[in-house]
Each structure stands twice: as C-alpha cells, then as structure tokens.
Design a protein. Sequence first.
Length: 248
Amino acid sequence: MTRISFLEDFYRYRDGQLVVTPEQGSRFAKTVAGDFNPIHDADSRRFCVPGDLLFALALDAWGASASMNFRFTGMVGGNAPVHFPETPGEQVAITDENGKSVVEIERSGAVVDDPAAIESLIRSYVSFSGQNFPHVLVPLMREHQVMVNPKRPLVMYERMGFELPEPLAAAAAVPEPRLKDAVMTVNGKRGEIRLDYELVTDGAVVARGSKHLVLSGLRPFDEADVEQLVADYEGWKAAWAQAGSATA
C-alpha cells in the first residue's frame, strides 16, 4: 500500500498491521478533506478514523473500479489495527483486529491502477466533505426544522460510492466536485442525508458520486444555536490555519 505517495503521511505499520494515529487521521480530515468534524480532532475522546481516509486507503490498496460502493459498519479508533485483504473479490471487507468488518465494499468493472489518476480521484472525492457543513447541511436542517446537538454534533458517513462513466485518466488538475442533489429524511431523532454530485474536469463529467450521512440526536431547530455552531466551526478552521502558519 505505497503506490499513492501522499497517503504515506496518514498511516503507519505497527507489528505488520496498518494503523492510523489520531494525529494522522485528524490531519487528513483537515488538510485533504477540509473536514472539521469534532470526532476527527486528535484529542477527542470519541475520535474515529475519517471514513474518507479509509476510502482513500482502499483505492490505494486495490485501485479504482468502475463502480464502487462503500458501507461503513463500524468505527475505527486511533491506533486500532485494520486489515485490507490482499486479493479482494467483487465483495470485500476492511476488518479490525478481531476480524469484524468496519467497511464493506462492492466493486465491479474495469480497474484503474494509475497512481496519478487515483490520487486525483481521491483528492476530488474527499474534498466534497469540506462543503458539507455549513453550506449543505445547514439549509437542509433549516428546511426540516431540526438540528444536531450543538455541544456534541454527531454526523457520520453511512455509505458512499462512485461510478466512472469513462476510463479514468490522470488530469492536469484535480476534478471539481459539483453538487447535483441533496435530500434529507427525518425519523425522530435520526436524520439521513443523501448527497449526489459530479466530478468535473474542463466541463466534462469524469465521475459521479454519492454520500449518505447520518445525523444523530436531532432536536428542534434553533436559529441562534445554529448560528453559534457555524461560528464555532469557522473558529475551529481558523485556529487550525493559524496553528499551521505558526509552525510553517
């Protein structure tokens, strides 16, 4: 798993097993995915490895099939070993040290294994996470008059996938993700959001993708609380950027 060099900064091997430290997972979320979800903070008691990073590592291990669908079945904590089968079939699972699946994947079609092309796909696909909050989620919550707990906002990936309509080639620039549709359904204190989008290069669609998110602990919408949550989120981003510039 060393074909895509930029990913080497975001995992390590311990006793022959792949692990992601909280610092590595947090850095990937913030610098690559633009995701400042508190559960990806290195010092969070609830820290879990970003789903976007597990997605990227799967493509690093097996290449990008023409159709891939990921279902997240468990959370991976910091420094917890994960196993990627060496010879995956059309259905394959990433498992924890006890053999329990944490990500189940369906894959079919031609496989792209060019590192530059896969890196462009990864960077484009995961960068969409940086647009989720507040740009997409807040309008949906306002529309349905519900919101997450502002003190413990819990937003998790449930599923994600993509389709490559044509053979994927390395692009001069990372494709731009464009939102096509966003739908929210609410069932009591649980909400589900489906995001559909395209990855576009020079006006041409090079991939189509979707992500399904779960929001837990929903409560009645409160504009002031949401505005404060957005302000907090922007503050986390600014603090991270300031810390990065101070150490540069």
